[in-house]
Design a binder for this molecule. Structure first.
Ligand code: FES
Ligand SMILES: [Fe+2]
Length: 334
C-alpha cells in the first residue's frame, strides 16, 4: 500500500518576518490605527516626532482596547480608560492619577519600519536582525495599493513567485524563461524571468526581477519591453489568523523622464504617476486574482510530487524553513 502524502490545510503557524500594515501617508504624526496581525489585536501609531510604533492593543492596566478611544500624546499612547501613558518601548511613563505607574504595566511592542512609503511590522519572537531592501526610491512614484482578504498563508502566496509552471497555466504567460535561477542569501530569495503575455491588442514582453524578503515581502521589478516602462510590483500577504491573510499588491511607476521609451514620457509627472499606476494596478490585480481559486481551496503537501518544469519549489521550501525558528510544528519538508 502506498502511503498518502502528508497533507495539511496550511504549511504551519505564522512565519517570522516583516508584514505590510498600511501606507505611510495613512498614518500622520499623532494618529493611531487598530489592526489585526497574526491572530492578535495591535495598535499602530505615529508619535508627534514621527516615529512609528506597533504595540499590543490591550492595555496592561485593566485590559481596555487602545484602538477604541486611545490617543497619541507627544511620544506616548494614552489609554482611554484611566489615562495610563506608554512610550514607544511599551513602558508605562504616567498614569491618570499622577501617582507612580506600576512597573509591571508594560505594553508588548514590535518593531515597525517604513520602506518606500509602506509600513511593515515585525512578527517574530525576538528582535529582527534583517529588514527588506526597498531598492532605489528616487525617481519612483508612491505605491498605489489594492487589498483582498482571503483564506491563505504567506508561504503559499510567496511560493507562487518561484512556481514557474503555473505562469503559463494560470496566468497565460508564454515563452517563460529563467534568466537567473533562484538564489538564496539569508532572508532574501532572488530570481529573474522573462515572459510574454498575449493580449487582445498585441503582446506584452516583460522581464522581472523578484526579490522575496521573508514570506511577507515580495518586490518585483518589471521591465516592460513593449512600452519601455518600468514598474515596481509588491506582493504582500499579511497574516490575520493562521489560515487567513490580507493580500495587498502595490504598484509604483518609474517617473517618465527616467523611463526613456515609455509612451507617457511626454506627459507631466503627476499625470503619469496617477494614471499609469491606476491602469497598471488594475492589470496586475486581475492577474493576481487568477491565483485565488487555487489558493482558497488548495491543501499543503509536505512531499509534493515535483516534476521538471516546476521551478525551484524544493529550494524555496528549504529557504523558507528559517522563518519558523522556534516552532514545534515546523513544516515537514520534502
Ligand atoms: S485599562 Fe488602560 S489605563 Fe486602565
Ligand atoms: Fe500566480
Amino acid at each position: 500500500m502506498t502511503a498518502l502524502p502528508l497533507r495539511a490545510a496550511i504549511p504551519g503557524p505564522t512565519p517570522e518576518g516583516w508584514y505590510y500594515l498600511c501606507r505611510e501617508v495613512e498614518l500622520r504624526p499623532g494618529q493611531l490605527r487598530t489592526l489585526r496581525l497574526a491572530g492578535e489585536e495591535w495598535v499602530l501609531w505615529r508619535s508627534a516626532a514621527g516615529s512609528l510604533h506597533l504595540q499590543s492593543a490591550w492595555c496592561p492596566h485593566l485590559g481596555a482596547h487602545l484602538g477604541h478611544g486611545g490617543r497619541v500624546e507627544g511620544e506616548t499612547v494614552v489609554c482611554p480608560f484611566h489615562g495610563f501613558a506608554f512610550d514607544g518601548q511599551g513602558s508605562c511613563v504616567a498614569n491618570g492619577y499622577g501617582t507612580r505607574p506600576p512597573r509591571q504595566a508594560h505594553l508588548p511592542s514590535r518593531p515597525a519600519v517604513a520602506l518606500h512609503g509602506l509600513v511593515f511590522g515585525w512578527v517574530g519572537a525576538g528582535e529582527p536582525n534583517w529588514r527588506p531592501d526597498p531598492g532605489e526610491v528616487d525617481g519612483w512614484s508612491p505605491f498605489r495599493i489594492h487589498s483582498w482578504e482571503l483564506r491563505g498563508h504567506p508561504q503559499e502566496t510567496s511560493e507562487n513567485s518561484v512556481d514557474v509552471g503555473h505562469f503559463a497555466h494560470v496566468h497565460g504567460y508564454v515563452q517563460v524563461q529563467t534568466l537567473q535561477a533562484a538564489q538564496a542569501q539569508g532572508p532574501l530569495l532572488s530570481a529573474r524571468y522573462s515572459f510574454e503575455k498575449p493580449l487582445p491588442w498585441g503582446r506584452l514582453r516583460e522581464e522581472i526581477d523578484i526579490a522575496v524578503w521573508g514570506l511577507g515581502y515580495s518586490r518585483v521589478e518589471v521591465r516592460d519591453h513593449t512600452f519601455g516602462a518600468r514598474f515596481r510590483l509588491m506582493v504582500m500577504p499579511t497574516p490575520l489568523e493562521d489560515d487567513r491573510i490580507r493580500l495587498s499588491i502595490g504598484i509604483a511607476v518609474q517617473d517618465p523622464d527616467r523611463a526613456s521609451r515609455a509612451p507617457w514620457r511626454f506627459v507631466p509627472r503627476w499625470i503619469a504617476r496617477g494614471l499609469v499606476s491606476r491602469i497598471a494596478l488594475r492589470f496586475y490585480a486581475a492577474d493576481v486574482e487568477r491565483d485565488f481559486r487555487i489558493w482558497k481551496n488548495k491543501s499543503w503537501l509536505a512531499r509534493p510530487a515535483l516534476a521538471e518544469g516546476d521551478g525551484p519549489i524544493g529550494r524555496f521550501r528549504v529557504w523558507a524553513r528559517q522563518f519558523y525558528p522556534s516552532s514545534a510544528s515546523e513544516p515537514v519538508l520534502p
